[in-house]
Design a protein around this ligand. Structure first.
Ligand code: BMA
Length: 311
């Protein structure tokens, strides 16, 4: 047990930063956005749950990444049978990666249908129109995030398949973003009483640092009252991401504030995206599957802490 656990994440004092009241059309909730800086402006791809229960993805922009969000009046990615049979129940939890070699953003999201939840990819240059690459990983699979550059001539992606009751984070690689293979389990659920004992899944896109790929992930513990979703951190080798270098034993942020503890799904902090401003990481996350919140952390502090827990 570690008795020294620094406060690594700092919540924005005026959380939540976006609620359903800010969406310019009727909806139930807004949460789990992907995040990016595009031409100097912070862009969130919001997961908006409509009043029928399905989710779609809508763009929000802000100059400072905190206030004055300009939210589009119609979705960028909307499911439904007409678009894709694998998106009949909607599109959820996007992660945004810029690939300089393609001069394009790739959006990895959960495509939800009567066949289950799978991983779909779409490309966009401007967040105004998209090119769907379609379903790339069959159900049950979610929490996919593409690495921000090729490693050894390949694209790499984190994802979370479900095998029985086992839900670990895996790596997969591709030459064309469409065909993915060579699966490799990289961060497992820890089992037993652990805070990430019964399910783990990637957070936002891996962050490239001098020490390795910084991975934020969510971990779940089941309590008699229901699951609790918290955030943790791990580090992968830069040129061989199949090698895990370090993993914190404790969670770095868990549900504490009312907007994380109360909502459609209580006790959830769930991040799909962050932006990097120098050493600061601005982590956007869903609170209780109901609203969008912000917390900041410092990459150097996370790395210092991770170095104490090398594997
Ligand atoms: C996960 C995902 C997330 C959600 C979380 C908590 O399985 O579906 O979108 O935030 O559950 O309900």
């Amino acid at each position: 047990m570690s008795l020294m656990q620094p406060e690594l994440f700092h919540r924005y004092h005026a959380n939540p930063i976006i609620t359903s009241h800010d969406i310019p059309y009727p909806c139930n909730s807004v949460f789990n956005p992907g995040a990016a800086i595009v031409d100097g402006i912070t862009l969130l791809l919001l997961r908006v749950e409509d009043n029928e229960g399905s989710s779609h993805l809508t763009v929000a922009r802000s100059n400072d990444g905190v206030r004055d969000w300009q939210i589009e009046k119609s979705p960028l990615i909307c499911g439904g049978k007409d678009h894709n049979p694998y998106e009949e129940y909607g599109c959820e939890d996007p992660r945004l990666t810029y690939l300089a070699d393609l001069r394009s953003w790739v959006i990895a999201y959960t495509a939800y249908s009567p066949m289950g939840a799978g991983v779909a990819l779409a490309l966009t240059a401007d967040f105004e129109s998209i090119e769907r690459l379609g379903l790339v990983l069959a159900p049950s699979n979610k929490d996919a995030a593409v690495f921000p550059r090729k490693i050894g001539e390949k694209y790499w992606m984190l994802h979370r398949p479900v095998s029985g009751s086992i839900e670990h984070i895996w790596l997969t690689e591709s030459t064309d973003l469409v065909h993915w293979g060579r699966p490799w389990m990289i961060i497992g659920e820890r089992g037993g009483p652990w805070w990430d004992g019964c399910r783990v899944g990637a957070g936002g896109v891996p962050v490239e640092t001098d020490e390795g790929w910084l991975i934020l992930y969510h971990g779940v513990k089941e309590f008699p009252a229901g699951p609790k979703y918290r955030m943790g951190a791990a580090l992968l080798d830069l040129e061989n991401p199949r090698r895990i270098i370090a993993r914190l034993p404790y969670w770095i942020m868990g549900p504490r504030e009312s907007y994380e503890v109360m909502g459609d799904v209580p006790n959830v902090v769930f991040s799909c995206g962050h932006t990097q401003v120098g050493d600061e990481l601005r982590v956007y996350y869903g609170g209780a599957d109901t609203c969008v919140c912000l917390a900041t952390t410092h990459i150097s502090e996370l790395l210092d802490e991770l170095k104490k827990y090398r594997l």
